[in-house]
Ligand binder design. Sequence first.
Ligand code: HEM
Length: 153
Amino acid sequence: MEDRKSLPFTDAVLHEIQRLIDIVPMNIPHYALQDISFRGYTIPKDTIIIPLLHSVLREEKQWETPWSFNPQHFLDQKGNFKKNQAFLPFSAGKRACVGEFLARMELFLILTSLLQRFTFSCPGGPNSVDLSPEYSSFANLPRRYDVIATPRR
Ligand code: HEM
């Protein structure tokens, strides 16, 4: 994990994958514990609230190319890793994902271990892969496709 701070591009790619895949677009429903006044609107107690993570991860004012894969979203001009407040795949606030730290560690370790050992390609070339997700009840899942993993020497 110590190596992550020396690998800004890898870190940016991982963040961009999570942004683009938008895995839990509608988050988990919450509800108001009391009457709330928010930006001129009144949200009565017990109202079900669906905080759309999808809209934040595609917000045009936050992302240069919201609909396409672009690791530059997380890099500054010198190639250093750059945070973005709209990166919220784990949600925000008191009930945000408690597994965030573990998940981020696992994603980094698994992806870098695989890339160190294999070169990945696909039979029909990179453009044959459909990046649009398959929606299943509440999650955006990647579509199935064939991958060739060639051991690196
Ligand atoms: C890429 C991986 C993951 C993503 C994108 C993710 C995303 C989320 C999201 C969006 C929520 C809902 C937050 C909310 O209600 O506002 C959540 C909740 C939660 N996640 Fe994750 N999660 C991931 C991995 C994990 C892992 C590895 C664990 C456990 C080890 C975990 C445990 C939980 C728990 C316990 C909650 C409920 C928290 C609460 O209601 O207080 N998650 N997660």
